[in-house]
Unconditional design. Structure first.
Length: 316
């Protein structure tokens, strides 16, 4: 699976424009009509999977295949009762057993459709864990398809991020730490468990650590993009602060002017620098609000830079 050419998830000729066959578009549309959250999650997981494949140096064909598998990974949730699928609190043991069936349901849906059959691995294996603690089959590393190992990491990451409803990437390193923990070997194996599947695979965690490490790069890319966007707004605030500073100078001179002619001259200077919604009466208050906004945005950007530093120090 050596990388030979880049697969662009956002290219109009590929997945983001839904340039897929009619059967697959229909299945994806079903997800949207049933549960918007699930559809959005599927899109997120597909996007992350695609980018993981790039950092894993997968070729274009495998990347496209893996991304479609990721799109379809939760298609079995079409047949999970809404009261379970959309339950805000923790599921009961019985409800969790029902939820787990979305893997086998999704697999059967894909296998029953010739156009979806090639992508059945996504729905079927994405909850399998390298150490054998996953479902539906409790497979171990040697038997879990590589595409499923990639999708599992993307799925777990997006599920945690969505649950915590991050409005920014600040603090997102805590999510990555959870994935790191799930990549570590099991240290709690007891002698009595010698023949248990977990004991036999104790050198593995649930997640593939190499894939998790690549996820760090994907997240850093996102944070740096967020910094760029926020920096653009911060730069505009800096320009506004320069403008307000000049207005303050003119206004102070107008206040100190002894001649009415001079006073009007400086006030005209203030007026020339006013923007829509600003007046001589409110520009000082607007100036204060812009200063506060600048401090808040600058602190957010500083925190994002700190977040990048934290992530770069994380070890899997």
């Amino acid at each position: 699976m050596k990388k030979t050419e880049t697969f662009d998830f956002y290219d109009k000729t590929t997945l983001k424009s839904y340039n897929l066959d009619k059967t697959m578009r229909y299945q994806l549309d079903l997800l949207d009509t049933l549960d918007v959250f699930t559809r959005k999650h599927c899109e997120n997981v597909a996007s992350i999977t695609c980018r993981l494949c790039e950092y894993l140096h997968c070729n274009k064909t495998f990347t496209q295949y893996c991304t479609i598998c990721a799109y379809l990974h939760d298609i079995g949730k079409l047949f999970i009762p809404p009261e379970i699928l959309q339950k805000p609190g923790k599921l009961t043991d019985e409800e969790y057993e029902v939820m787990k069936t979305h893997t086998t349901i999704g697999y059967k849906m894909c296998m029953g459709d010739l156009k979806l059959r090639p992508y059945a691995a996504g729905p079927y294996y994405h909850h399998e864990a390298l150490n054998g603690t996953g479902y539906p089959q409790g497979l171990t590393k040697k038997d879990i398809p590589y595409e499923a190992q990639i999708i599992r990491v993307a799925d777990e990451y997006d599920a945690i991020v969505s649950k915590r409803q991050y409005k920014s990437h600040i603090g997102i390193s805590d999510t990555l730490k959870i994935l790191i923990e799930n990549s570590k070997p099991n240290k709690d194996v007891k002698p009595s468990d010698a023949l248990h599947v977990v004991a036999l695979n104790a050198k593995y965690g649930k997640n593939n650590p190499h894939i998790v490490k690549c996820l760090f790069k994907v997240v850093i890319d996102d944070i740096e993009y967020e910094i760029t966007c926020r920096q653009g707004y911060l730069d505009s605030l800096v320009e506004d602060l320069k403008r307000f500073k000049q207005m303050d100078i003119y206004y102070q001179k107008a206040e100190k002017a002894k001649r009415e002619k001079d006073k009007n001259f400086y006030l005209e200077g203030v007026k020339m620098l006013l923007k829509q919604g600003e007046t001589l009466e409110n520009f000082m208050q607007v100036h204060k609000e812009v200063e506060e906004a600048y401090e808040i945005r600058k602190k957010e950007i500083d925190n994002l830079y700190k977040e990048v530093k934290i992530i770069k120090k994380l070890k899997v």
